[in-house]
Unconditional design. Structure first.
Length: 306
């Protein structure tokens, strides 16, 4: 066990919370709240004026699943589609700089979306549920008429959504690029206990901030974190879905070498656990790989499309 000073423990607490409460999300919580969803009654899957579309030329479509609306942004192109899913506390705008470059380089249909409780999507009461988020994604793609065989690109917390998606919806995903993503191998009993132990002060600080969609969504993720991630640890990735895992050099745990190594070990273990899996280290990057090294992420997506 690495001995840490109190100040280092506090920094590590933020890092340990990153799979749950990303540093960027905590900063963003102090900013003004995102615009609320468009008024009820919009036709399901119908294009509407896109006030927060991630790129020029993207259309905002509203779909419904289990009584709530979800916002999908579609940049038209050829199929199969490339679907981008942002990390915890982030909505589709996270990919704003990457979408036009990806559309130009691949010519593919590019889809981003806001998970429930973020961006232009409705909030859903209760603790955050990765399996339900996967059902939302699958339902949205189905209502948009997107054929199976998409390429799924998932950052951070979206790795959990990706795992449930490939397990619960066989054939929907033909390949995946997991970008410094939450992988089942990381969430051992010991690691979950460590995260839960240090998250208390972070959660209290979040509760003290103004209530916005984003803060409420992060608190919903915290509500059932322990049991949800112990269950997630037991899941496996299907051998039928080829996968590239991009791991950041500094990881989410820049001030905790022990946890950073566990993060890297989890990525390596995931890759070794099945066929057609590739591990790529994003040299010099923080957890925010898509923004620190967009060219690398683009290159790995393009490799997977081929």
């Amino acid at each position: 066990m690495i001995k840490q000073t109190p100040s280092r423990v506090r920094r590590a607490a933020v890092a340990l919370a990153l799979p749950l409460l990303t540093a960027g999300a905590l900063v963003a919580c102090s900013e003004s709240a995102p615009a609320e969803p468009p008024a009820a009654g919009s036709p399901s899957a119908a294009p509407v004026a896109a006030s927060s579309a991630p790129s020029a030329g993207a259309e905002l479509h509203l779909v419904e699943n289990n009584g709530h609306r979800l916002a999908f942004h579609v940049t038209p192109g050829r199929l199969p589609a490339i679907v981008l899913d942002a990390g915890g506390g982030e909505d589709s705008s996270y990919w704003a700089a990457l979408v036009p470059r990806l559309a130009q380089d691949t010519g593919a249909t590019i889809i981003t979306y806001d998970r429930a409780g973020l961006g232009d999507s409705d909030e859903v009461p209760g603790p955050w549920d990765a399996k339900a988020a996967a059902a939302d994604l699958a339902a949205g793609l189905d209502q948009l008429g997107v054929p199976d065989g998409v390429l799924l690109v998932s950052h951070s917390q979206a790795g959990e959504v990706a795992t449930y998606t490939v397990r619960e919806h066989p054939g929907l995903v033909a390949g995946a690029v997991l970008v410094d993503a939450n992988l089942p191998q990381f969430f051992t009993d010991e690691q979950v206990a460590r995260i839960v132990a240090v998250n208390g002060s972070q959660i209290e600080a979040l509760k003290a901030q103004p209530s916005t969609k984003r803060t409420r969504q992060l608190l919903a993720t915290a509500e059932n974190f322990g049991p949800a991630h112990l269950a997630y640890h037991e899941l496996t990735w299907p051998d039928s879905v080829p996968t590239t895992v991009i791991v950041s050099e500094r990881t989410p745990f820049e001030d905790s070498p022990e946890d950073a190594q566990r993060w890297r070990d989890a990525a390596a273990a995931f890759v070794k656990a099945g066929p057609d899996r590739t591990l790529v280290t994003a040299t010099g990057t923080s957890h925010d790989v898509p923004k620190d090294a967009p060219a690398l992420v683009l290159a790995e997506i393009e490799k997977m499309t081929r």
